[in-house]
Design a protein around this ligand. Structure first.
Ligand code: ATP
Length: 476
């Protein structure tokens, strides 16, 4: 269809050209002949590369200036609000006004077209980059905050890679504009380049050349845009392990107590005067119906959410969180996802943890290459690598088939064996709880809860039945 359309256009052009002199409308044959004769001159290519050089400089300048401004606008909302009207003014002004102003500033020559292209594409770039930053996955940022990842790591490995797709989409939007603005600048204020050659052909009334240059510019624009549209680059980066962060002193005191903690969302209580002592180094499980406030308790303990009132007494500094979703950084491989939260960890330790969780083969793989079960294992490996003394686990084995779930639970138990950790697990599943937990808190309606301490000598099957009955409210 594309070729039919082009052929139709050329036929119509040819028929109309039969009625006019070549000075008004040269035929397609004459135009292509002229274009061919231009191709074999050195002058043509000198002018073409001059235009290309201007595009590269204009584009690079807008990248160098647009990226930091876009980054800042994406991160600081007040800066975004301040910069937005300026960007709109820049976008609203017609190209011809920019050419007139820059001619006054720089005169005729190289710099005017460069500056025109720069000023025209800069606003699009700033807006796209700031949108890219704003749409950065907040779940990854939360994960980085939990693991106390340094700001420079967050910028380098979360923010910057997040803007790459937006940078590519701006490139797709601005590629045509860039080329057209350079040629317009050259036409009116250039001393070299394709736009300048076009202006020269016009002033000498060389209509065939005007048409030949126009056809060349159209073809060039189409090829350029098609090449850019093909760009579909997914970032894959590796972590530069050049940063040694001193391990914070771990307070050996185990205290973790919630005292009369309440949490309101939109004037509605989710938790009211919840008190619990999690000070032992055992595996606690918080169970209860969906929406009853289990995740809210984990978020308050981790600091992701402030409580509305009450007290959190905690002597712990290092805490890992195994989220419901995997929250792996897509452009880092498994090893680097672990190093992102634990920059000091040795390769041997990573190997040991991954081996104990049966995913050592995935060391160099990226998240998109892993199955759901493998991602869960990496999520667990990352939490264990962090060398924390509290691990919060929010339904870490959900959405797994029974076999996979059993295997992961078994491997997880092996990995934490003898580690003297405090683990708070949120789970609905009696079998999962029976396998892992020692103390169970079931949240109930009206902000009540009940507690069950499991006898460690019971079999998993007996524990499962006991928990099931306890959860549905049977007297134990
Ligand atoms: N940021 C928030 N803003 C408003 N309401 C919220 C927010 N976070 C949680 N809630 C509400 O608080 C209640 C408890 O949520 P929470 O996630 O703690 O429940 P849950 O017991 O973990 O549920 P599930 O088992 O389904 O994960 C829900 O009604 C939820 O809609």
């Amino acid at each position: 269809m594309f070729l039919i359309g082009i052929s139709l256009f050329i036929i119509i052009w040819f028929i109309i050209s039969l009625f006019y002199s070549p000075l008004i409308l040269p035929s397609p044959i004459l135009t292509f002949k002229t274009l061919f004769s231009l191709f074999i001159t050195q002058d043509f290519w000198i002018n073409y590369f001059d235009t290309l050089l201007k595009s590269i400089i204009g584009f690079s300048l807008s990248i160098i200036i647009g990226i930091p401004i876009g980054l800042l606008a994406g991160i600081k909302n007040n800066f975004y609000k301040m910069i937005r009207p300026i960007v709109m003014i820049l976008q609203g002004a017609p190209v011809i006004s920019y050419i007139a102003i820059t001619m006054l500033w720089f005169g005729i020559g190289f710099y005017t077209p460069v500056f025109v292209s720069f000023i025209i594409i800069l606003p699009t770039l700033i807006l796209n980059i700031s949108e890219g930053i704003k749409s950065t996955d907040t779940k990854l940022l939360e994960m980085a905050n939990i693991y106390k990842v340094s700001k420079s790591y967050i910028y380098k490995y979360i923010f910057l890679p997040s803007i790459i797709p937006f940078l590519i989409s701006s490139l797709k939007i601005i590629s045509g504009t860039l080329w057209r603005s350079i040629v317009a600048g050259e036409f009116l204020a250039g001393s070299k380049g394709i736009g300048y050659s076009l202006a020269l052909a016009k002033s000498t009334l060389n209509t065939e050349e005007v048409f030949a240059y126009t056809i060349f510019l159209i073809l060039n624009g189409i090829i350029f845009e098609k090449l850019i549209l093909k760009l579909n680059f997914k970032p894959k980066i590796s972590l530069k392990n050049n940063k040694i962060i001193k391990s914070k002193n771990i307070n050996k005191n185990n205290e973790l107590i919630l005292k009369n903690v309440s949490k309101c969302f939109n004037n509605k209580y989710v938790l009211k005067n919840f008190s619990y002592d999690f000070s032992q180094n055992i595996i606690y499980c918080i169970a209860g119906e969906s929406g009853i406030g289990k995740t809210t308790i984990l978020k308050i303990i981790s600091g992701l959410l402030p409580s509305s009132s009450g007290e959190l007494i905690s002597s712990k500094k290092r805490l890992s969180y195994i989220f419901q979703e995997d929250r792996l950084i897509p452009w880092l491989n498994v090893k680097d996802n672990i190093k992102f939260v634990s920059p000091n960890i040795s390769d041997k330790k990573i190997k040991d943890i991954l081996s104990s969780l049966n995913i050592y083969d995935s060391l160099e793989k990226y998240p998109e290459e892993l199955s759901g079960g493998m991602k869960k294992r990496v999520n667990i490996a990352r939490a264990i690598s962090y060398n924390s003394d509290i691990i919060l686990m929010d339904e870490p084995f959900s959405s797994l088939d029974i076999k996979n779930k059993n295997n992961i639970i078994k491997d997880f138990k092996n990995t934490i064996f003898n580690k003297n950790l405090k683990i708070i697990l949120v789970s609905h599943e009696p079998f999962e709880i029976a396998n892992l937990a020692q103390e169970i808190i079931v949240l109930e309606e009206n902000f009540k809860f009940k507690k069950l301490i499991l006898n460690k000598n019971m079999s998993v099957t007996d524990k499962t039945i006991l928990i099931q009955n306890f959860m549905i409210g049977e007297n134990i």
